[in-house]
Design a protein around this ligand. Structure first.
Ligand code: 9D3
Length: 255
């Protein structure tokens, strides 16, 4: 059974250029993902079909009206049944991979995108969950909805090329990735670490683990604090700190 995602938006045309390519495009082609777009404006009554209005109490900007949003939600669910309703809002719970995994298990998601300065607070009573994708200001929920569709699509059975990738991710979770290289062996004077050309799979495994640990410590101390280090991990870190390498990435972006 495919994952069904309904999206409620005033900008349905934003979605297909993104969702029709790459992972989400492949998922749809393979029948693992079905995306339905609903234009809020089609559910706004009156001559002007307005989806927003001025805020009660004053203030700048406009507020999305509850009526057309909820009418759109009801039309969707009359057609395809009750879904797990998510409002995309900067005031929502932060999206994490754990939350993505929960969402990916639902058979039907209904993603409601806000715009303007916000959404009438009474919409909250009609949704199951409110989600933000991070602490920065977007101009609407559309990009956030696309982030969620991308993240849940790649977890659907039959979507990932390498089925092991999803499992390995959860196995290695909490660590940043080790550095990757492909041909050529020398790019503008920068060579590939010798260990990766050695063919010694045990040395390669240990080097990658060491790189992931060192990078996580340098770049994501918040994640590093949560790690439960094995005695091998401790040893790899000691080894690194005694004989520091130039390629841990701490200097990236400083050139
Ligand atoms: C006045 C305070 N603003 C909140 C920070 C108002 C406001 C700004 C931007 C209300 C809505 C928006 C539009 N953003 C979203 O709808 C949104 C969003 C985001 O801005 N950041 C991260 N995740 C999300 S999910 C939806």
């Amino acid at each position: 059974m495919p994952l069904v995602v309904d999206i409620v938006t005033i900008f349905p045309e934003m979605f297909s250029p993104v969702l029709s390519v790459s992972m989400t495009g492949r998922a749809q082609q393979r029948g693992c993902l079905v995306v339905h777009l609903t234009n809020v404006r089609d559910h706004a009554p009156g001559r002007h079909r307005s989806t927003d209005d001025t805020p009660y109490g004053g203030g700048s900007g406009m507020v999305m009206r509850a009526e057309p949003l909820i009418a759109a939600l009801e039309a969707i669910e009359s057609a395809r049944g009750r879904g797990h309703r998510v409002l995309l809002t900067p005031a929502g719970t932060l999206l994490t991979q754990a939350l993505v995994r929960e969402l990916a298990r639902r058979p039907h998601l209904v993603l409601v995108c806000g715009r303007y300065e916000g959404v009438d607070e009474r919409v909250s009573a009609y949704v199951d969950q409110e989600i933000s994708i991070g602490d920065y200001v977007l101009s609407g929920g559309e990009l956030a909805a696309m982030v969620i569709v991308d993240a849940v699509a790649r977890l659907q059975p039959g979507v990932l090329h390498n089925e092991q990738s999803a499992a390995q991710e959860s196995f290695e979770h909490g660590l940043l990735e080790y550095p990757q290289y492909t041909r050529p062996a020398v790019f503008r004077g920068a060579d590939v670490p010798e260990v990766l050309l050695s063919g010694n799979h045990e040395r390669i495994r240990r080097w990658r683990r060491q790189q992931a640990l060192v990078r996580t410590r340098a770049r994501r101390p918040d994640l590093f604090r949560q790690l439960v280090l094995s005695s091998e991990d401790e040893q790899l870190l000691r080894e690194h700190d005694q004989r520091p390498q130039a390629t841990t990435g701490e200097m990236e972006g400083t050139r």
